[in-house]
Design a protein around this ligand. Structure first.
Ligand SMILES: [Zn+2]
Length: 169
């Protein structure tokens, strides 16, 4: 199932986006509650059909001691707008600019979205060695790219939970 579920902290602040599958897991484990169901999306199991969640809220506060957005594969791809940072086409893999085998770190500055083709082509080389220039230098994002959140927000009524974040744009 495609699309994201909006995950709010216990304080109702934006926490992250999750897959429907993970959101359902959190609910079944008693870690989160459903705030809004998706108007159309349904989950089909062997015995029945139920509406998919659209917004869930954690039942305990997730503390982020260091603040900021977690460095995850999904968030790197979101930051780069699903755009391969080498060729500009759609990408869904993460490339370490300086390969890990060469001492490259897991960091916002060393990871970019790449298409499978470029990722394979670059292999264990630096961009210089592979003669593959980056479209732009990757930076640590200050916030989740809201245009992506908003794209889904229009359809599923996330706005009321996100409005205080829009000045971050
Ligand atoms: Zn590419």
């Amino acid at each position: 199932m495609s699309g994201y579920v909006l995950v709010l902290n216990a304080s109702y602040e934006f926490l992250n986006l999750s897959t429907v599958k993970r959101a359902i897991k959190l609910i079944f484990k008693g870690k989160a509650e459903v705030l809004e169901l998706h108007p159309t999306k349904e989950i089909v199991s062997a015995s029945r059909k139920v509406k998919a969640p659209s917004i869930i809220r954690m039942l305990y506060q997730i503390v982020r001691p260091f603040g900021g957005i977690p460095l995850t594969r999904k968030n790197i791809i979101l930051r780069d707008r699903h755009q391969c940072q080498y060729c500009g086409k759609t990408g869904d893999t993460v490339d370490h600019i300086i390969p890990r085998s060469r001492g490259g770190k897991d960091s916002w500055e060393n990871c970019v979205c790449a298409c499978v083709r470029c990722n394979t082509r670059k292999n264990n080389r630096t961009p210089g060695e592979a003669k593959m220039a980056l479209l732009r230098p990757p930076k640590k994002p200050r916030h989740i790219p809201w245009f992506i959140v908003k794209k889904d927000a229009d359809a599923v009524g996330w706005d009321k939970y996100l409005y205080w974040n829009t000045d971050l744009d």
